[in-house]
Ligand binder design. Structure first.
Ligand SMILES: Cc1ncc(COP(=O)(O)O)c(C=O)c1O
Length: 454
């Protein structure tokens, strides 16, 4: 190895054989999802119309480790293990004593971490005899990932793409179509949910989810696939953190702080859960920072309540920080972070102060993205640019404290399909919308009448 290595790579046989399930290590009993009709705890029967039983079992598994099926590992070999980098050039630019590492998930065929779960979900559905998957996509990354996974496992795929992203990213649509998927701009007139929300012309993830769930629930050969939030999606992403643990060992370093951006929570979960488990077991005292947009500040400003996962109220209610299921965030460019809620597990960790949430505005995140691109070379997606902003704050704090802090973050995707956003930033026309108190009060009034959470 050279004296100052920048890349830490693992051979293919080090792709994890199991996913890490944090559920059994969490303090207290997990709060159940609720049936949207009865407000009683939802059971497997509430989920079988849209999910295969094997994924429902993963959703509530009491096992600390869940085996990854061999056909899924075989597909993961196309890009995994992903590289871990030491950001030496960024460290120099910042003049910080901190050591900064990043795990790069942008090397997947779709350009982000999303295929880690898409492949597992497509396989589980094909094994259950399902012929088509319906889903939503915000930034286009999840839709691309599922289109790819469906093409690899021989399934049809229909994708409801949030209107704002559909307009901003025509090439994402072409990418999904190249993998054989059908892409529909949401809200659409193909579903009752879409027609009821036609006034929201830029759309939202919540509306697109309602459309995809409606399609899946109404057709026995079609199931629904969600790209984030649910326990089984977070589970599938833990290949990231497990590889990172081994790569940090190769680098001979131990992270003091692990950073990720949060849309629905899956890339943050994937990187952090294997590290968090060590903290929960008293084996480490790592800190965790979750970065989100100030325009959609779920973890920093939301209320901790039961709420629907979608806008129309078709999905079970989940215990989470929420801005209200019908909140339509401004069309900021980090389309993947425009979700009104977050993973119940990640929310529970924030509630217990095991994860520290921070919110950033658009221009400061793009400034961080551009500095990263000019030093490390990789052009990050606007979503992980939020994590980079948080990393730079940590590096600055280390500099002020004269401390050798070790920072690890998840660079969960590249920004090659986000150039209109970079264009706007470089032209100085990017806006900095923020969530207002009035927005929060209005959202609170529309929350469903569900049991309060202690
Ligand atoms: C590149 C990228 N990062 C992050 C996210 C946010 O999702 P999650 O919080 O599930 O990782 C998305 C969602 O589309 C994304 O495309």
């Amino acid at each position: 190895m050279p004296a100052d290595p920048v890349k830490f790579t693992l051979p293919e046989d080090r792709i994890p054989t199991h996913w890490v399930n944090l559920l059994p290590d969490l303090p207290g009993q997990p709060l159940p999802p609720l049936n949207p009709g009865t407000m009683e705890p939802a059971g497997p029967n509430d989920l079988t119309p849209i999910f295969p039983m094997s994924l429902i079992a993963q959703e509530v598994s009491p096992e600390p480790e869940v085996e990854i099926p061999e056909p899924v590992r075989e597909v993961l070999r196309l890009w995994r293990p992903t590289p871990l980098y030491r950001a030496r050039r960024l460290e120099r630019e910042l003049g910080t004593p901190a050591r900064i590492y990043y795990k790069y998930e942008g090397v997947s065929p779709a350009g982000s971490h999303k295929p880690n779960s898409a492949v597992a979900q497509a396989y589980a559905n094909r094994e259950a005899g399902i012929e088509r998957l319906a889903t939503e996509t915000g930034a286009g990354q999840w839709g691309s990932a599922l289109a790819l996974a469906c093409s690899l496992f021989g399934l049809d795929c229909v994708i409801y793409m949030v209107g704002a992203s559909y307009d901003q990213k025509p090439y994402r649509r072409a990418m999904m179509e190249s993998w054989g998927a059908t892409v529909v701009r949401s809200p659409s007139d193909t579903t009752d949910a879409g027609r009821s929300q036609a006034a929201h012309t830029t759309g939202s993830l919540g509306i697109a989810i309602s459309e995809a769930v409606e399609v899946a629930a109404g057709d026995g050969r079609t199931n629904y696939a969600l790209g984030s939030v649910l326990n089984h999606v977070c589970l599938h992403q833990t290949v990231i953190g497990q590889e990172a643990l081994a790569q940090m060992e190769l680098a001979g370093d131990e992270p003091d702080v692990v950073v990720g951006c949060v849309g629905g929570g899956s890339n943050f979960a994937g990187m952090s859960f294997p590290f968090l488990r060590r903290v929960l077991r008293g084996q480490a005292n790592t800190r965790f920072v979750a970065a989100e947009p100030a325009a959609c500040p779920t973890l920093t400003r939301g209320v901790y309540r039961y709420d629907f996962g979608d806008t129309v109220g078709l999905t079970p209610l989940m215990p989470m920080f929420t801005l209200g299921h019908d909140f339509v965030p401004p069309p900021v460019h980090a389309g993947g972070l425009r979700y009104h809620g977050d993973s119940p597990i990640v929310c529970g960790l924030v509630k217990r102060d095991l994860v520290e949430p921070r919110a950033y505005k658009q221009n400061e995140t793009f400034a961080a993205a551009v500095m990263f691109a000019r030093t490390e070379g990789i052009l990050p997606a606007p979503e992980p640019a939020h994590a980079i902003r948080a990393v730079m704050d940590e590096a600055e704090a280390a500099k002020k404290a004269g401390e050798e802090r070790v920072i690890l973050f998840n660079l969960c995707g590249h920004g090659h399909f986000d150039m209109s956003a970079f264009d706007a930033y470089l032209a100085g026309t990017l806006e900095d919308p923020e969530f207002s108190e009035a927005d929060m009060e209005a959202a609170l009034e529309r929350l469903p009448r569900a049991p309060a959470i202690a």
